[in-house]
Design a protein around this ligand. Structure first.
Ligand SMILES: Nc1ncnc2c1ncn2[C@@H]1O[C@H](COP(=O)(O)OP(=O)(O)OP(=O)(O)O)[C@@H](O)[C@H]1O
Ligand SMILES: [Mg+2]
Length: 257
């Protein structure tokens, strides 16, 4: 498999309306990325299609999936229970999210940073429902400590990971100030789906673009801000059950290879 540095992320909406299919791409050599939008806007589905593109196009790309909701990637916990060694599946559901981030930080990021590991193969951590970490900041002392550690690890990965081919994809409904004030500038591409509140549009900096128009936005339609700071209106293709089966197969490969 030849390595490519860009993968398809979403169709151009204007061209799609003219019946021309042209994909916008995510630059994989850029730092880290954000996928946001209201519940049901299609974030998880889009995330899965993106992971499929990565696993099938980038040789030895490895995925680490942390799903605070323990929902869309449940098939991975079923896979774990069918395997002799669950450690072979890089899936961390619900409260294990911090364990997954910790492992990724120590075993991948720190080892490359310190020179202990010379590999530069593509490594990606997916942090689904990242807002659950922000909610942890309001809990008991021990939980707050864990959440602060996670925020600091995320900050380091997003600010220094690119040079080591170590990336993070944050998925959450509504980016809040606490989140974006920490490392918004490290997130080089943002895909936001569905109708966005003025507050979210501002945090994604979409409001700086004259052609940003929230009116038309609904499920699977949104805006993509790429690493060249260009904003495009996009739509996600409609996926069939067969597509979903292919996505799951690729994700299984990505978390076990
Ligand atoms: N591109 C698509 N093709 C086919 N079905 C889709 C697509 N996008 C969304 N759907 C359907 O809409 C449902 C909701 O989408 P999805 O789970 O991705 O939303 P979400 O933004 O992740 O919501 P939440 O924030 O609640 O997790 C999916 O279960 C799927 O049935
Ligand atoms: Mg979801």
């Amino acid at each position: 498999m030849a390595d490519i540095s860009k993968v398809n992320i979403a169709l151009d909406k204007k061209l799609f309306d003219l019946q021309i299919e042209r994909f916008h791409t995510l630059n994989l050599s850029s730092s880290s990325w954000l996928l946001c939008g209201a519940s049901g806007s299609g974030k998880s589905v889009t995330g899965m299609s993106l992971l499929h593109e990565i696993v099938t196009n980038v040789s030895n790309a490895r995925l680490w999936i942390c799903d605070g909701k323990n929902d869309d990637y449940k098939f991975l916990s079923e896979l774990e229970s069918n395997m002799h060694n669950a450690d072979n599946v890089r899936y961390f559901g619900y409260l294990d999210m911090s364990i997954g981030l910790d492992k990724f930080y120590d075993e991948v990021f720190t080892k490359r940073l310190t020179g202990e590991c010379e590999s530069r193969t593509f490594e990606l951590i997916i942090l689904e429902e990242w807002s659950s970490v922000l909610a942890m900041l309001n809990a008991d002392k021990e939980t707050v400590k864990i959440a602060k550690k996670m925020l600091s690890q995320a900050f380091s990965i997003t600010s220094q990971g690119r040079a080591y081919n170590v990336h993070a994809l944050f998925i959450l409904q509504k980016p809040q100030m606490d989140f974006l004030s920490g490392f918004r500038e490290n997130l080089t591409s943002i895909l936001a789906l569905g109708r966005l509140s003025p507050e979210v549009a501002k945090m994604c900096s979409f409001n700086e673009f004259k052609h940003f128009n929230n009116e038309e936005s609904k499920r699977a339609i949104g805006y993509f801000l790429n690493d060249k700071n260009k904003l495009h209106q996009v739509r996600i293709p409609h996926f069939s059950p067969e597509d979903f089966a292919r996505f799951k197969q690729s994700i299984i490969e990505g978390v076990t290879r």
